[in-house]
Design a protein around this ligand. Structure first.
Ligand SMILES: Cc1cc2nc3c(=O)[nH]c(=O)nc-3n(C[C@H](O)[C@H](O)[C@H](O)COP(=O)(O)O)c2cc1C
Length: 345
């Protein structure tokens, strides 16, 4: 069992990563239903919450079926972050996570996200302020360091543990790497193997198959794994990893029927939660993986990502079901999209 504060998770928990505009309640619910043990909201601006920005408040919504859920905050000012932590406390997630990993220029410029990696003292003060201000367990998600010459995660881990965080997730890249190259988990393993560290250490970066999850579990000895991009349109990644860890066998790929059913379920929940316009838009990132591997699917997919009417989208999904009835899905590799390819540093 892995313990985060008073939350008990199974051995080697599988975490759904916080992802902006992706990790919303409907998506978190389908990931939970397919094996995620702990899910996170996308990052939420502490300033936005304090100013009561409606969009930010909405991001605090949690559906009962998705729990346990961590709400993720970002901010570069101690007092403001602590105040936002108090607001989060009232909404009763299972935990509060602080984002010290976002590489996007606008966030870094506010002295938040991975910008804080250049100033560990500030990072420690921000974290301590949060820990003191909330009754929730506080966790942190960060990267290896700012750039190749300043990979300070070992010191960061010790100091954040000392001010009271209950778990640490490390994405095996530096801020300056954005998403380039392969995630390097060797430093994550070093943090995990530090005898001073007693909180759970979760590894993150580039897990896109059950085999890779097992390989990294064995090679790097982390307490659990966080999966981001590979879950988009493929929430089954969690149950596939769990099954493989337990049996050494690969589950069969989800059938066309399962794919359409789960996709519809996510769409239905998105429409309910976001309304007919935003609900339709928010699903567009998901269809690619949901339907990948079906020969000749392109035209259907184009209709799904261009239609604005929910009824049309449901009808296209039903048509897919009929067209591919009995088709035997083969497993296709999950491609990891480089989201911040053109992001200015
Ligand atoms: C579209 C997108 C949005 C993201 N938004 C966040 C975020 O809000 N907070 C955060 O800590 N990380 C965010 N990330 C980073 C992921 O949580 C994760 O660390 C990263 O994608 C590496 O994991 P992966 O290789 O499993 O995708 C985002 C990543 C993507 C692709």
């Amino acid at each position: 069992m892995v313990q985060i504060g008073n939350i008990q998770l199974p051995d080697f928990p599988l975490l759904l990563a916080p992802m902006e505009d992706v990790s919303d309640p409907p998506f978190r619910v389908v990931c939970k239903a397919n094996g995620a043990d702990l899910v996170f909201t996308e990052f939420i601006s502490s300033e936005g919450l304090i100013r009561d920005a409606i969009r930010c408040r909405r991001k605090l919504d949690i559906f009962d079926e998705e729990r346990p859920t961590g709400i993720q905050l970002f901010g570069g000012d101690e007092a403001r972050l602590a105040l936002a932590a108090k607001i989060v406390d009232v909404t009763q997630p299972e935990l509060l996570d602080i984002n010290f990993g976002c590489p996007v220029k606008g966030i870094v410029a506010q002295g938040a996200g991975s910008g804080v990696l250049r100033d560990i003292n500030l990072m420690v003060r921000l974290t301590e302020a949060c820990v003191k201000s909330t009754s929730l367990p506080v966790t942190v998600k960060t990267r290896l360091g700012w750039d190749d010459d300043s990979k300070n995660i070992e010191e960061v881990a010790e100091r954040l543990q000392d001010v009271g965080i209950k778990a640490l997730t490390i994405h095996g890249r530096t801020r300056c790497q954005l998403y380039k190259g392969e995630a390097d988990w060797s430093l994550i393993a070093k943090v995990k193997n530090n005898p001073r560290i007693h909180i759970p250490i979760f590894g993150n970066g580039d897990i896109n198959s059950a085999q890779k999850a097992l390989e990294y579990k064995n090679r790097y000895g982390v307490d659990g794994i966080m999966v981001g991009r590979a879950a988009i349109g493929y929430p089954w990644i969690f149950r596939e990893i769990r099954h493989y860890l337990q049996t050494g066998e690969q589950l069969p790929a989800p059938t066309v029927g399962e794919r359409v059913a789960v996709c519809k379920e996510q769409l239905r929940k998105s429409l309910q939660w976001k309304g007919p316009v935003a609900g339709v838009y928010s699903m567009r990132k998901q269809y690619f993986q949901y339907l990948k591997g079906l020969p000749g699917i392109k035209d259907f997919r184009t209709q799904l990502v261009t239609s604005t009417e929910p009824e049309v989208i449901y009808a296209v999904l039903d048509e897919i079901l009929v067209r591919y009835n009995g088709f035997e899905m083969e497993r296709t590799p999950i491609e990891l999209v480089n989201y911040h390819e053109n992001c200015p540093l």
